[in-house]
Ligand binder design. Structure first.
Ligand SMILES: NC(=O)c1ccc[n+]([C@@H]2O[C@H](COP(=O)([O-])OP(=O)(O)OC[C@H]3O[C@@H](n4cnc5c(N)ncnc54)[C@H](O)[C@@H]3O)[C@@H](O)[C@H]2O)c1
Length: 281
């Protein structure tokens, strides 16, 4: 594989484009919003500067990386010549299904179609294409240039060859692939979200304040960030969304979002991005 496309130039898309370009791939970065593309390139530049300051890369690496990224506002033009598309658009199954139909229509038949979804079933997206064997989950972690894990999700119809190609590709961009089956929340969120939800229950019952709850998990479990602070970073709306999908998917009350989480999302307290969550920013 030499040329890849990334659809969605937001938080995750710019990071995914960054790492592929850094390790020598030609990247087509696609977003329906021109402003999102401009912001993504500025973010990539800033993150490359950060890597230079840490002594991880040189100025030359930075300019080579940037020279490998081309911007597109059209999916048709962006995906025609690529070997892999990683879809990282807004977490909404209707938006993603429409993008998968277009990817299937315009990408060459051998092209693998991956999604960075946090929670939408791979089978659901694969089924809108004529190549379900070439559809797979590639769940990067935020911030992408820093985090080593990529959760690889095999859908019901994903070909073993597609899976092994993506596992090997993940290693070439210096990430560590962990392969799982398609199930609500996959593994990362299935384990993380109930912990965050439980921390919110404890907070809402007044068992302790936010800072103490976070300190307990940081000091006691060696977590780099407490669950409430992490929820603020992920976005409380995103946490609620993923819990809703697991609640519905498993039909199990243990995944129901805590009423306080629902209240906070309804009140627009979404964490870092809105300026307030369990903490003020
Ligand atoms: N943010 C995280 O921490 C995180 C972590 C892991 C996975 N994810 C997943 O990654 C995906 C992207 O999340 P994000 O946080 O980067 O979102 P974001 O809102 O920052 O970016 C989404 C981008 O998609 C673009 N977009 C929407 N519809 C489009 C279309 N039809 N065609 C082209 N572009 C379109 C938007 O303009 C926007 O720039 C989601 O599936 C999310 O669940 C997010």
């Amino acid at each position: 594989m030499k040329r890849i496309a990334v659809i969605g130039a937001g938080t995750m898309g710019n990071g995914i484009a960054h790492v592929f370009a850094q390790y020598g791939f030609q990247v087509h970065l696609i977003d329906s919003q021109k402003a999102a593309l401009e912001k993504a390139v500025a973010t990539i530049e800033k993150n490359l500067d950060r890597q230079i300051n840490k002594g991880l890369i040189t100025e030359e690496d930075k300019s080579n990386t940037l020279s490998r990224i081309a911007n597109f506002t059209s999916i048709e033009l962006g995906v025609t010549a690529v070997d892999l598309v990683v879809e990282a658009a807004t977490e909404n199954s209707e938006i993603k299904k429409s993008i998968f139909k277009q990817m299937d229509q315009y990408a060459k038949p051998a092209c693998i179609l991956a999604t960075n979804t946090s929670s939408i079933s791979i089978a659901q997206l694969a089924n809108v294409t004529n190549r379900p064997g070439k559809v797979i989950g590639m769940h990067f972690m935020n911030p992408v240039p820093v985090m080593k894990l990529v959760e690889i999700i095999n859908g019901e119809k994903t070909d073993p060859e597609t899976s092994s190609t993506i596992v090997e590709l993940t290693k070439t961009i210096h990430k560590i692939p962990c392969v799982v089956k398609d199930a609500p929340g996959f593994i990362a969120n299935r384990i993380l979200m109930p912990m965050i939800n439980e921390a919110i229950h404890a907070f809402s019952e007044g068992i302790s304040d936010a800072n103490t709850i976070d300190q307990i998990m940081k000091l006691g479990m060696a977590h780099p960030m407490g669950p409430l602070q992490l929820a603020d970073y992920i976005g409380l709306d995103v946490c609620k969304n993923i819990l809703d999908i697991m609640h519905e998917g498993f039909k199990n009350e243990k995944y129901a979002p805590c009423p306080l989480l629902v209240e906070m999302v309804n009140a627009g307290k979404l964490g870092v991005k809105s300026g307030e969550g369990f903490y003020k920013y």
